[in-house]
Design a protein around this ligand. Structure first.
Ligand SMILES: *Cc1c(COP(=O)(O)O)cnc(C)c1O
Length: 473
């Protein structure tokens, strides 16, 4: 399988090159040249596979430069860290199927992709005898999932900046109590945006970036999208198992558009009609909901909400969808993205019908989130986290009688216990992974939000390709 940039400026590359490249060299995002099709017979033959076996069937259709036995091994190790053998179990409440994606090490759905990406990076680096220093800024969730994905890996070090005292205590501890010597937590005096700006500046110093083998781990890596396609397929198999030929709807709490884009790929891959509707649910940061309503993609003012992992105003994976929307025209994709960078808005009204065919969408307010957590708990005795509550609220709006609807549950409620407590008056039960976390030993470097300080720290601690020769006394 060859991979191309949405902006058309890279020559075709293989899967492993696409993984190591992350962002395409021309500033675009990488996509497979074609989306492989799965026929009914093959699809039905997957019914009894375990999650890792299914992951292999799905992913191997997009990967032809890693031997099958190696890929199986990477997948098996990635999902062995999950606390439940189904990896992504479905539970049923009322007329909804809830797809629990929070059984990984950090209790959020990002583990499903980042456990895989960590092992994949490690495998590819071993093969190329190379090293990688991951540098990223986090507002909370991605940082801990990324750290959990690469902790203890021989050829990788990870530097994660978080804004000092501006992430929740649990989020902070989920990062700083990981004591492996390849993990470097940095608390900066400043905001998340300050951290993000520092990281960006580090990456624009190309000689520095190259000499220290810097890499990113953000949601634009194709391997992350690919890993997420799997649970859409597993849901279709398990919900539809008994009634062949029926369709399924999904509702997806959305921020950077990575998760729902994986659903878009799954829909194109599976037999026609297997996935009917994809419902895009946003919080008050509703740029994508407005796009579906109006055909105009226009950045708004950032709102702080109770579902912080979806507080995003420009969805980093949107360009991938745009590319398909304009029928694979990379020149038009590039022009539109350049226009967006300039004006913070693009007019897609000419394609509005297509957009509405691809997605239904709605935005959900903070108040509705609290109300939904309370109602769902009262009616079903099940505690939703605020992100999942955004989805459940949207599901009620788009549920069609007779069509099963799967709502993606993207985080464990214990990660957001303050909001949950506000809604239902009690704290959600604490899962084993978080028990006593605030008392565990922690390690973290304080730092001013200054480029010089960050570069010096990386220079001192980065993983190097060749160990320096032993010094003679
Ligand atoms: C990242 C995240 C989301 C949003 O997913 P995208 O792929 O960015 O759309 C939703 N919920 C939680 C808990 C997350 O961590």
């Amino acid at each position: 399988m060859q991979y191309l940039s949405t902006r058309g400026g890279t020559s075709p590359i293989l899967f492993s090159q696409a993984v190591m490249m992350g962002l395409a060299d021309d500033g675009g995002l990488l996509l497979p040249r074609t989306i492989p099709r799965v026929g009914c017979e093959t699809f039905n033959s997957w019914q009894k596979l375990t999650y890792p076996e299914l992951a292999y069937e799905v992913m191997s259709r997009f990967i032809d430069d890693i031997p099958g036995s190696d890929l199986r091994d990477i997948i098996n190790r990635s999902y062995a860290t999950f606390s439940c053998p189904e990896v992504a179990p479905l539970v049923h409440h009322g007329d909804l199927h809830i797809l629990e994606l929070f059984h990984g090490p950090t209790l959020a759905f990002k583990d499903i992709a980042l456990q895989f990406l960590g092992n994949l990076f490690s495998y590819l680096l071993e093969k190329n005898q190379s090293v990688l220093n991951i540098v990223g800024a986090t507002s909370g969730d991605t940082g801990s999932a990324a750290i959990a994905g690469v902790r203890g890996k021989k050829r990788i070090s990870i530097f994660i900046l978080h804004p000092y005292k501006r992430v929740s205590l649990v989020q902070e501890k989920q990062m700083t109590t990981v004591l492996d010597d390849n993990v470097f937590n940095i608390a900066i005096h400043g905001s998340f945006d300050d951290g993000q700006a520092l990281v960006k500046k580090t990456f624009t110093d190309i000689p520095f970036k190259n000499s220290f083998h810097l890499g990113a781990i953000n949601s634009i890596n194709w391997a992350r999208v690919l890993a997420q396609v799997v649970y859409y397929v597993s849901s279709c198999l398990h919900v539809n198992g008994h009634e062949k030929d029926s369709s399924l709807d999904f509702v997806v709490p959305t921020g950077n558009f990575g998760d729902i884009f994986a659903g878009f790929i799954a829909r194109r891959m599976l037999p026609a009609g297997t996935i009917r509707q994809l419902v895009l649910a946003t919080n008050e940061n509703d740029i994508l909901a407005r796009l579906v309503a109006t055909g105009i993609y226009r950045q708004g003012e950032l709102q702080i909400t109770s579902s912080p992992s979806m507080d995003i105003q420009a969805a980093s994976n949107f360009e991938r969808y745009l590319y398909y929307l304009v029928d694979g025209n990379s020149t038009r994709t590039r022009n539109l993205m350049e226009e967006f960078a300039l004006n913070k808005a693009i007019d897609l009204r000419a394609d509005h019908d297509l957009i509405r065919r691809d997605f239904a969408a709605t935005a959900v307010s903070n108040e509705e989130v609290l109300e939904t957590i309370a109602t769902f708990h009262r009616e079903h005795g099940y505690v939703l986290d605020p992100h999942t509550a955004v989805g459940v609220r949207a599901a009620a709006k788009f549920k069609t009688v007779g069509v099963p609807m799967v709502c993606l549950a993207t985080a464990h409620p214990a990660k957001f216990s303050a909001v949950v407590n506000q809604a239902i008056g009690i704290d959600p039960p604490i899962p084993e992974a978080l028990a006593g976390i605030t008392e565990r030993p922690a390690r973290c470097q304080m730092m001013a939000a200054e480029l010089g300080a960050l570069k010096e720290y990386i220079t001192t601690h980065a993983r190097r390709l060749d160990p320096p020769p032993p010094t003679r006394q």
